[in-house]
Design a protein around this ligand. Structure first.
Ligand code: ZN
Length: 408
């Protein structure tokens, strides 16, 4: 395998591996208490108190897009998250006529080794913030563009992508859960924005961040050594991927795999084997965080009947053909192109973002299709199958790992 992946894109968040206990100054509770004091201090003195410990860094978001900046590296540009410090955040908001309130900040995590607590804030309402931050070579970039532009062998970049994904999920969830679903009263943030609670004291319901599980499966025909790939009409041309679908209430993961495969392609699935899972915060904003749960699904039938309402097409592809598609796809080039575009955007040269185009991968005329890049779990399901040693679909266990599966 050419891709040595430590974890899936959006997993492996380096600032939330363990949440400190409440007495710890880095915990959500303690950090929120000290946030209140600092905001009050800064309002009165307009400067950061010298005894600030730990340091607070804030990541602004606008309409689901995190603030980012670009640093030209020797070989290729790379993006960074646009962290700003608390007094600056307060100053920016004051300049646009808004007072920064502690409830607006959402705790993301901490790194005690750096003495930093990280927060996110949604500044979608503050239009004047955009030119002000823009003058500092920062710009708000679509998370999907950052995802495509992330060098997956770069641990720092993968970590920042995971932080931005977590932050976007939380902020979008706050936007979607303004009111209590039980009594209809206003829902207010608690636990430094990690939960919400109904403001009606009689109701007092606790509201938790939403995660929507999705099964994603590579359907494999062991006998003919081929896999079922499909196209949705919203895909960029030539892109083929795995089948996927939301889990329904009262359904096991395995049942969801079998039902979705049957509904979309008419294929009957027998054995279902778990592969790995990936948080997916780049879906529609009405679904702030999907959890993609990946499986190999072994087919019991061969005849395909495509549900045209769900899919544009579905076809069996031989292992050789899929291997060719993986080999000739220029994923690295696509990543660098996206990183260069972010650099142009931060310089103010490029403004528009064509989201669909971000997914396009060149592979010359050598193959008629391509598979999504390494930022997607579909890529790893497909490449795990392609690079398995045994043709009958049973992975050969040896000292050397033969697939990306062992790294996840
Ligand atoms: Zn309520």
């Amino acid at each position: 395998m050419s891709i040595n992946l430590q974890s899936h894109a959006f997993a492996g968040n380096p600032i939330r591996s363990n949440t400190p206990k409440s007495a710890d100054p880095f915990s959500p509770t303690s950090a929120f208490e000290s946030l209140k004091i600092r905001l009050l201090d800064n309002t009165h003195h307009h400067q950061q108190p010298s005894s600030s410990f730990p340091e607070f860094k804030v990541l602004p978001f606008r309409k689901g897009k995190p603030l980012a900046c670009s640093t030209p590296a020797e070989t290729a540009p790379s993006w960074h998250l646009g962290w700003i410090n608390l007094p600056d955040c307060q100053g920016f908001l004051e300049n646009s006529g808004t007072q920064l309130r502690e409830e607006a900040l959402v705790y993301l995590g901490s790194r005690s080794e750096d003495d930093v607590v990280y927060w996110a804030i949604d500044v979608s309402a503050e239009n004047s913030l955009v030119p002000e931050l823009g003058s500092k070579q920062f710009c708000f970039v679509e998370l999907r563009t950052l995802m495509v532009a992330t060098d997956w062998s770069d641990e720092r970049a993968m970590g920042e992508l995971a932080i931005a994904g977590h932050a976007r999920s939380l902020l979008e969830w706050h936007n979607l859960s303004r009111f209590c679903g039980h009594c209809g009263e206003k829902a207010v943030p608690t636990e430094a924005g990690r939960r919400k609670q109904c403001s009606n004291v009689v109701c007092n319901k606790r509201i938790y961040p939403r995660v929507d599980p999705v099964v994603i499966m590579l359907v494999i025909d062991r006998e003919n050594d081929c896999a079922l790939l499909s196209r949705q009409s919203r895909f960029v041309p030539r892109m083929w991927s795995c089948l996927a679908g939301f889990i329904e209430p009262g359904e096991s993961l395995e049942e969801a795999v079998r039902r979705e495969t049957w509904e979309e392609t008419g294929i009957e699935v027998g054995e279902v084997i778990y592969h790995s899972s990936q948080p997916w915060p780049v879906g529609p904003s009405s679904i702030p965080c999907q959890l993609m749960v990946g499986f190999f699904a072994y087919a019991k039938s061969f005849e395909i009947t495509v549900d045209k309402a769900e899919l544009e097409d579905a076809q069996w592809h031989s292992r050789e053909d899929v291997k060719k598609a993986l080999t000739f796809a220029e994923y690295k080039k696509a990543q660098r192109t996206a990183a260069a575009r972010i650099e142009q955007m931060c310089k103010g040269v490029e403004k528009g973002q064509n989201l669909a185009a971000d997914f396009n991968v060149e592979s010359g005329e050598l193959t008629p299709m391509f598979i999504p890049g390494p930022f997607a779990i579909a890529h790893h399901l497909i490449s795990s199958w392609v690079y398995q040693d045994a043709p009958n679909g049973v992975e050969v266990r040896s000292g050397q790992s033969s697939s990306s599966m062992s790294n996840l």
